[in-house]
Design a protein around this ligand. Structure first.
Ligand code: CU1
Ligand code: CU1
Length: 286
């Protein structure tokens, strides 16, 4: 059965509770922290050597598609009514709107140490201790809107600008490209606008969302579900266009063996971007 991913602001009270409870159960069992560790292990920039599967590369979108699917499958083993909701930050734009309520993800971090004090993921509830991180902090942190140097969430115009681009990605397939849907969504910028869409949302949330350990904040999944939804929209809008590159870069390219082409395996999974382009038999967005 094809299941439905919903807008987080449209969930019923029961759906909110079941989603939160399933996350807390994965945390309790230790499974959640494995997702955090996997993401940290794949957090590699284009300044480093080796294959980039997750970020600063064409497979940014399919990599996170598979990653969200794995988490969703784990949640559904706990409670098969649960799916990963998405956060539409072009509509819910305030630090007090959904999903920052006490019955969902809780609110902003407090002044000083930025510790999240409200909701189910506050350290003091005992259910959400950070175990896999880049620093030693044991509590979840946020700095919604970046208090010292305020930043706005990306807008619908930012999203439309990315969706309009019919080309999936362009050479040299990294964080420097100024064309292509993938980096316009991933959001590495240059010049006057350093952060676009996805990267700007990570910046706006702040705290744990700033680095490789961002998965510690459950909003990570809501952000990437919305990203994934935009990829599906882009596919519907540009039917003749597909994931690029179709073939691995040639021998003379410095991107050889550094990115995943359409029919190449995308680590850590035994799956290719080609196989992840159509998910219509698994889930859809409402
Ligand atoms: Cu990521
Ligand atoms: Cu992200």
């Amino acid at each position: 059965m094809v299941y439905v991913r919903k807008n987080v602001s449209k969930l019923t009270a029961t759906e909110r509770r079941r989603f939160v409870d399933a996350l807390l159960e994965l945390k309790r069992s230790g499974e959640y922290d494995e997702f955090v560790r996997l993401h940290i292990a794949h957090f590699r920039g284009d300044g480093e050597r080796g294959l980039r599967a997750a970020h600063m590369a064409p497979s940014f979108l399919p990599w996170h598609r598979q990653f969200v699917l794995d988490l969703e499958n784990a949640l559904r083993r706990v409670d098969d009514s649960v799916t990963v909701p998405y956060w539409d930050w072009t509509r819910d734009r305030s630090p007090t709107s959904k999903p920052w309520t006490d019955d969902l993800l809780g609110g902003n971090g407090r002044r000083g140490d930025r510790q999240v004090m409200t909701g189910p993921f506050a350290f003091r509830t005992g259910g959400w201790t950070i175990r896999a991180g880049i620093t030693d902090g044991r509590f979840l942190t946020r700095d919604l809107g970046r208090s010292r140097r305020p930043i706005d969430l990306p807008t619908k115009a930012d999203l439309d600008w990315a969706l309009r681009d019919p080309v999936y990605d362009v050479s040299p397939w990294d964080s420097t490209v100024s064309k292509g849907f993938r980096n316009k969504m991933e959001g590495w910028g240059s010049g006057g606008t350093p952060w676009r869409n996805h990267n700007r949302v990570h910046r706006w949330v702040g705290g744990h969302m700033l680095g490789g350990a961002s998965v510690n904040d459950p909003v990570f999944w809501l952000v990437h579900a919305f990203m994934d939804m935009q990829w599906s929209r882009w596919q519907r809008r540009h039917r003749k266009h597909r994931y690029l590159p179709a073939r691995p870069p040639g021998r003379d390219s410095d991107q050889r063996n550094r990115i995943v082409a359409r029919h190449e395996r995308m680590p850590p999974w035994d799956v290719t971007p080609d196989e992840l382009e159509d998910v219509s038999e698994i889930y859809r967005y409402a």
